[in-house]
Design a protein around this ligand. Structure first.
Ligand SMILES: C[S@@+](CC[C@H](N)C(=O)[O-])C[C@H]1O[C@@H](n2cnc3c(N)ncnc32)[C@H](O)[C@@H]1O
Length: 290
């Protein structure tokens, strides 16, 4: 069951106007959007974007009781074109980005996001895109793999892991599954009985970020979103790791078109973390168009 993260905080901070036009750039299963839609009048509109076809199908089902919602199976970098197609000049309500994967991604084992299930090394959110985790693990050079794991996974054993990956792929011809990769990572860590988080977490995060170009897409999109906003309209971004949060923080700081609403990021309450451990690392930053 996917529970929307920082839901009350999002609703409070979006300053919902009942006739506004809202964009949920990362619709997911529609948890946040449902609460926005409940607060809109017939004149209000919500545009829901998700690059994952399977997830979008679920969102349509979850939001089937609402009429004023349009769905787009696109990357949110296509937002300017989506608005053009829809005949919308400016966003008058608000914009939400709730970054990263959906818990459903981790549950559908064939997608290869989770190191706990045997699956092909895929990790694409948009199955129309070409690059998979398999390509990186089996075709990139050792130094490239090490850099990816270091930069996007912040794993201090990155070099050791990359060396082992290349060693194993030479021996076995290819590394095909999530469990094979997870075992390779595990073998590069010191032999202790218990880890706070599984050693493969960082390598899997790094691969997912690169396969889906997550940081590039975020950075590129933040640059065009402000000019799509009507004055006093808010942009809310929930991030899940420091690499994403740094991009959002620095962009908000340097953007002359925006006023920062959250001097410090909003984080989940202890109750939320207890009920939904996935919310633990989330940070919400909000800015408003001047
Ligand atoms: C954390 S989930 C969003 C959950 C949602 N807020 C809810 O309440 O159900 C992130 C979603 O954004 C989608 N996504 C991630 N990056 C995207 C991108 N660049 N363009 C479009 N969708 C993206 C993922 O497929 C995933 O379904």
């Amino acid at each position: 069951m996917h529970v929307p993260v920082l839901l009350n905080e999002i609703i409070e901070n979006l300053n919902i106007k009942e006739d506004g036009i809202y964009v949920d750039c990362t619709l997911g299963l529609g948890g946040h959007s449902k609460e926005i839609l409940k607060r809109l009048s017939e004149k209000g509109l919500l545009i829901g974007i998700d690059q994952d076809e399977e997830i979008l199908k679920q969102a349509k089902e979850n939001l089937k009781d609402f009429k004023n919602v349009l769905f787009f199976n696109e990357n949110y970098t296509a937002l300017p074109e989506i608005l053009k197609k829809t005949g919308i000049e400016k966003i008058t309500g608000g914009v939400l980005l709730d970054l990263g994967v959906n818990s459903l991604h981790l549950d559908i084992k064939e997608r290869g996001f989770s190191f706990q299930n045997e699956a092909p090394l895929d990790m694409r959110m948009d199955i129309r895109s070409e690059l998979t985790a398999y390509d990186i693990i089996n075709h990139y050079r050792e130094e490239e793999i090490a850099d990816i794991i270091y930069k996007y996974g912040e794993d201090r054993f990155s070099r050791r892991i990359a060396r082992k990956i290349v060693e194993v792929r030479k021996k076995t011809k290819s590394i095909k599954t999530t469990i094979e990769l997870s075992n390779i990572v595990l073998s590069c860590y010191p032999k202790i009985k218990w880890f706070k988080t599984h050693p493969a977490t960082k390598t899997f995060q790094a691969l997912r970020i690169v396969v889906n170009k997550e940081l590039e897409v975020l950075d590129k999109s933040l640059r065009f979103i402000p000019e799509l906003l009507y004055e006093k309209v808010r942009l809310s971004v929930i991030s899940f790791h420091s690499l994403e949060d740094r991009i959002v923080k620095n962009f908000f700081k340097g953007c002359e078109e925006l006023k920062i609403i959250t001097k410090k990021p909003i984080t989940p309450t202890e109750d939320e973390i207890r009920d939904n451990p996935r919310s633990r690392s989330s940070k919400l930053r909000v800015a408003e168009k001047l």
